[in-house]
Design a protein around this ligand. Structure first.
Ligand SMILES: [Cu+2]
Length: 427
């Protein structure tokens, strides 16, 4: 694996260039590009095949392909990877082509695809193309539709992308372990007519959850629901990229859930509609306005809104413990308990002794405590007015009048016009 890591990286830090896997010398199998960085890659405008308007994968990238005749060929490599969850913490996960989640696969309705899948994991795997309509034998369910892909093997899936839509891929082999380790990726099939359902900005990400003990690197794979890292594309705030948009843009966000619980996703400052699911597009007559949409386990929801209100708008899961990072569960609730007398005595023995949580836990957001190695603060993220006090599934939609079209760079913090901000009463 080490020999494959010499690929060039783009200015954004994400991979774009590709190397050739040595054992593919016969060119029977296409190149397997690797991403070296968790940065958000700029949208990949197609250079071959049908034209389309590319998506932006939050803290991710899209997998380059090769045209072989009129077949679009991709090469996914399932392998152990090191994924930065946020600056200060790296997890040892399983992913595809250098990162977890794997790269987004972008196609056009009607594309014939050939997907090569190489297994560099220590155990067998498979890939299921979730939501994609395809022949039984391409469905990737180990034991049911195919034998497992053993370590060292490469298997080929070949089918037609019959419908435009939002889908995902993940193993159907040792499912609990392989998804708890991060094996997943997004699939976006664009309409044949690029003007159909066109938007100005199109984002995609998957939600995944991990249970990584503070101070360690590898998820506990036998955790069922009690995860301690709630991520978007295996990142937690402030590691999740902001969604930079231009005021007036029609924005689409495609969200998939491969955690083991539902996530009510809430957008501030705007009203959106659900325009699609992993089952297809919602007819305009069947849509209603929402500010929060619950994304159930194994579901995908596509939301769309017009970004008409400039500002930095919170975009997050509304389960409050999902906007927190790793913490023990044995924290005593001590709101209302007066610890000061005991603390006074303790401070005579331990001068730095602090009481925590007797007036709530907000103070923890600004507290600089000594943390174990490779662990993030539980509440984190610094905003223009102080600590934001959130981690996990939280980021910001940054709507700016002067964000250039096609520019996805972070414009910095919003400066509200004078007289438009909440203020402290002087009376
Ligand atoms: Cu959640």
């Amino acid at each position: 694996m080490v020999s494959r890591r010499g690929f060039l990286t783009s200015a954004a830090g994400a991979l774009v260039s590709a190397g050739v896997v040595a054992r593919n010398a016969a060119a029977q199998i296409p190149e397997a590009p690797l991403a070296e960085s968790p940065a958000t890659a700029p949208p990949a405008v197609p250079s071959s095949g049908q034209p389309f308007q590319p998506v932006v994968t939050l803290n991710g990238w899209s997998l380059p392909w090769r045209m072989n005749g009129d077949v679009k060929e991709f090469h996914l490599v399932a392998q152990p990877v090191q994924r930065e969850i946020a600056p200060g913490m790296t997890a040892h996960l399983w992913g595809y082509n250098g990162q977890a989640p794997g790269p987004t696969i972008e196609c056009v309705e009607g594309d014939r695809v050939r997907l090569f899948v190489s297994n560099e994991l220590p155990e067998y795997t498979s890939i299921h193309w979730h939501g994609v309509r395809l022949p039984h034998g391409m469905d990737g369910v180990t034991g049911l539709t195919q034998p497992p892909i053993q370590p060292g093997e490469t298997w080929v899936y070949e089918f037609e992308m019959q419908h435009a839509g939002t889908f995902m891929y993940h193993p159907h082999a040792d499912d609990m372990v392989q998804m708890a380790m991060g094996l997943m990726g997004s699939i976006v099939v664009h309409p044949r007519d690029a003007t159909e359902r066109a938007v100005d900005r199109d984002f995609v990400f998957l939600m995944s959850a991990y249970d990584i003990e503070p101070g360690s690197y590898t998820p506990r794979v036998h955790t069922h629901t009690d995860f301690n890292l709630w991520t978007w594309n295996s990142r937690v705030f402030p590691g999740i990229a902001p969604l930079a948009v231009r005021q007036g843009d029609r924005v689409r966000v495609r969200i998939g859930n491969l955690t083991m619980t539902n996530h009510p996703i809430h957008l501030h400052g705007h009203s959106f509609e659900v325009t699609g699911t992993d089952g297809g597009w919602v007819p305009p007559t069947a849509r209603w306005p929402e500010a929060t949409i619950d994304v159930g386990v194994g579901q995908m929801r596509v939301i769309e809104f017009v970004a008409d209100e400039p500002g930095d708008w919170a975009f997050h899961c509304h389960k409050t413990h999902h906007t927190m990072n790793a913490m023990g569960h044995e924290v005593m609730t001590s709101i209302g308990v007066d610890f000061e007398e005991a603390a006074e005595k303790l401070r005579r023995l331990i001068p730095q002794y602090m009481v925590m949580g007797d007036r709530g836990m907000a103070e923890m957001a600004s507290m600089q405590m000594e943390l174990p190695e490779n662990t993030l603060p539980m509440m984190t993220g610094e905003g223009p007015y102080g600590p934001i006090g959130m981690g996990g599934m939280f980021t910001v939609v940054k709507v700016r009048a002067d964000q250039p079209p096609g520019d996805y760079n972070d414009p910095g913090w919003y400066e509200p016009p004078p007289g438009s901000m909440a203020y402290r009463s002087e009376s």
